[in-house]
Design a protein around this ligand. Sequence first.
Ligand code: CAA
Length: 380
Amino acid sequence: MDLDLTAEQTLLRDTARDLATKEILPRAAEIDRAHEFPRALVSRLGALGLLGVMVPEKWGGAGMDAVSYALALEEISRACASVGVIMSVQNSLVCAPIVTSGTDAQRARWLPGLAVGETIGCFGLSEPEAGSDAAAQRTAAVKSGAGWVLNGTKNFITNAPAADIILVAAKTDPSQGTKGISIFIVPTDTPGVKIGKPDDKLGIRGAVSAQVFLADATVGLDALLGAEGEGFKIAMRALDGGRIGIAAQAVGIARAAFEDAVRYAQERKTFGQPIAQHQAIQFKLADMSTEIEAARLLLWRAAAKKDTGARYTREAAMAKLFASEVANRAAKEAVQVFGGYGYLADFPAERHFRDAKITEIYEGTSEIQRLVIASSLLKD
Ligand code: CAA
């Protein structure tokens, strides 16, 4: 496997790193404190091609590969995990399914705005009683006249309070199980769509999320994404890509925790020398660094496989599983390196610790990733 990056990949990574260091990092603590959706920064991402990285240029995107996407998303998440997941949802869960399953009319209508951040999207799969068991959808879509009438409730929908469109999964034929689920592109200003109050969360507080209520929300026949009954597979394929995004976010969070811990360990003195000179601290730093490198390799492997066009479900699940657990271990150890200061909001270590947790939960819990990996292994 060739681990050398192309000039294009390096350029996108450096562009993302520059934005992350100069504009995002200085705002990260404030975004977290204020639970603020960072609209101006999201526009900056859009202007630099970071919201439609893999969207073909003819639909207004950057037309780049999944490895480039992973590189850029790690850099953004290293500065701010909230901005990282906003970028991940827009690219993987909104743009990608429209690119792969949309009609040309849907692509032309939505992708140019999504790719530059003039349109914000969100992904409405989870429900109060359909989280890990994504097929247990209760939201229903019934064909009526020249449109579809949607009723149901969606839960934990990242970006919903800021969104212009929602990709809504709904049962169109309850007798057909996963083959009776379809996806609709629903503008949030459709009568009957109501966004709940933003969730009050442990971490990634700038990536505002909320419930979405659909009460006789009516959309045209042209709102159906892909074929009727194909929605579950569209959602699962989007989540394969989404898991690459969350793995990249997790590597970014782990790196933030590690780099902050290294800096602090070189400054803070105990027993007459910087704590970085104590073997207890050195062992932690060595383990954190080794695990981050390993997580990044799994991430790159999943992204590189996606770029070949082959199915990469197992590789994405492995990358997401491992990287999210590495992020949590690194963030926990970073708090320990900071000691008492690690427990204070004045230092970034506690934010990384809070932000890391969600990577083991959303876009499929660690338990679901293990199920996906095992079921793929047992099929071989
Ligand atoms: N790609 C293509 N097809 C897939 C697929 C994939 N990755 N995964 C499943 N399928 C297909 C199967 O092949 C099967 O097709 P056939 O019937 O033709 O054989 C069909 O879909 C049904 O698959 P399963 O029988 O495996 O379905 P299941 O009901 O047992 O569920 C699951 C499988 C893996 C547990 C799935 O429910 C799952 O991934 N759950 C987790 C949901 C999740 O990740 N939610 C995240 C919400 S979004 C979010 O978190 C965003 C955010 O906030 C940032």
